[in-house]
Design a protein around this ligand. Structure first.
Ligand code: NAD
Ligand code: DAU
Length: 350
């Protein structure tokens, strides 16, 4: 029997990889991609699945109560995979309310619709909320985030994601809504919007623009190739235990400055530039306020229960990503024209 799956935020970075995996991998599912197409949403990311008969794009806002209710009534969804969000920490510092609106109110709106539409049929349904490791706050130089680490968010972005996670759990406890949550570390790969570290720096290197490293560059992130995240999401959606959380990470910690130097080295090779050319673009700039020192995930639960582990090394994934950006110049050009230039000027002035 066909399953109707609602994926929110499917035109964004991670969402587009999840939509592609489900549309191509599950011919028996009807995939409905609900996305309002903010600056981060881009239908170019999904050109290759546009013509599939099991794929429908719906332009709309997850905050719109009547609209979301009408979708649940019309399509009788069996499952929701909720990725739509405002996702960039720096933007959350300049406009926290936008993050409250989409990440908290939008999530609660989806939960209300699922709760009401699914009444009496909870055993056959699943609400899967995609979240981030940033809800756990920051680590010192040692230790890992586990599923039992207390929430301690430090940015408006992570506070809004933490709040949405709490609402999902609360709907499970209060109304019995069937849910699962995952908290993932930093993703990278094709279609990543060039406001985030890796695609921003790839774009700057191509265009010989300085590379703005925040603070001393000693901040540490745990990087995961986006398609490995999509595989984890597929496994958790189908086989994860209900009313539980799974941490997902790359077993792959890098200090920003070391990552940037590796990126510079690979870019010099790819662009046929002399060794050291891109490194000369590194510029240490004012730090991000509330900057979390270190994220690192203990992904042993998903590994033991579902057999998941990353399939590519960081070097392989990074090289693949660089090649993607170099061969998709038109994509990069489209997303860095207009509004992006204003954003860049405002964010990196001084
Ligand atoms: P993104 O910013 O690339 O994409 C977000 C998508 O949501 C866009 O297509 C946008 O148009 C859509 N959207 C935003 N507001 C909406 C609204 N009100 N209604 C409907 N659609 C709306 O984000 P991403 O990096 O792909 O992240 C996706 C999810 O994964 C987010 O929930 C994020 O918190 C989470 N996450 C991201 C990372 C990462 O490294 N990027 C890591 C862990 C978790
Ligand atoms: O950990 C998961 C999170 O990873 C996701 O929930 C977020 O949606 C995603 O944006 C990402 O958050 P970060 O803040 O870690 O990612 P970002 O790419 O913005 O920054 C990575 C590191 O690089 C961080 O320490 C800040 C630093 N940085 C970033 C930018 C944009 C710089 O030094 N210079 C920059 O210009």
């Amino acid at each position: 029997m066909a399953k109707n799956i609602l994926i929110t935020g499917g035109a964004g970075f991670i969402g587009s990889h999840v939509v592609r995996r489900f549309v191509k991998g599950y011919a028996g599912y009807n995939i409905y991609n609900l996305d309002v197409l903010t600056y981060a949403g881009n239908l170019e990311n999904l050109k290759d699945v546009e013509g599939y008969s099991n794929y429908t794009f719906i332009k709309g806002d997850i905050v719109d109560v009547d609209f979301v209710q009408s979708l649940f009534a019309k399509y009788d969804f069996d499952g929701v995979i909720h990725l739509a969000a405002e996702s960039h920490v720096d933007r959350s510092i300049s406009d926290p309310l936008a993050f409250v609106r989409t990440n908290i109110i939008g999530t609660v709106n989806l939960l209300n619709s699922a709760r009401d539409a699914w009444k009496g049929a909870y055993s056959k349904k699943r609400f899967y909320h995609i979240s981030t490791d940033e809800v756990y706050g920051t680590l010192g130089s040692k230790g890992l985030f586990t599923e039992r680490t207390a929430y301690d968010p430090n940015s408006p972005y992570s506070a809004s994601k933490a709040s949405s996670d709490h609402f999902v759990r609360a709907y499970g406890e209060t109304y019995g809504l069937p849910y699962v949550i995952s908290n993932c570390s930093n993703n990278y790969g094709p279609n990543h919007f060039p406001e985030k570290l890796i695609p921003l720096f790839i774009n700057n290197i191509i265009n010989n623009i300085p590379l703005p490293v925040y603070g001393d560059g000693k901040y540490t992130r745990d990087w995961l190739f986006v398609e490995d995240h999509a595989v984890a999401i597929d496994l958790i959606f189908h086989k994860g235990k209900g009313q539980e959380t799974y941490n997902i990470g790359g077993f792959n910690e890098w200090q920003n400055i070391d990552l940037v130097k590796l990126l510079c080295k690979l870019m010099d090779q790819k662009l046929g530039r002399a060794k050291g050319t891109s490194e000369r673009l590194i510029s240490f700039v004012k730090d991000r306020p509330g900057h979390d020192l270190r994220y690192a995930i203990d992904a042993s639960k998903i590994n033991k229960e579902l057999g998941w582990e990353p399939s590519v090394t960081f070097e392989e994934g990074l090289e693949y990503t660089i090649d993607w950006y170099l061969t998709n110049g038109a994509w990069l050009e489209h997303v860095t024209s207009g509004e992006y230039r204003e954003y860049y000027k405002k964010m990196y002035a001084e």
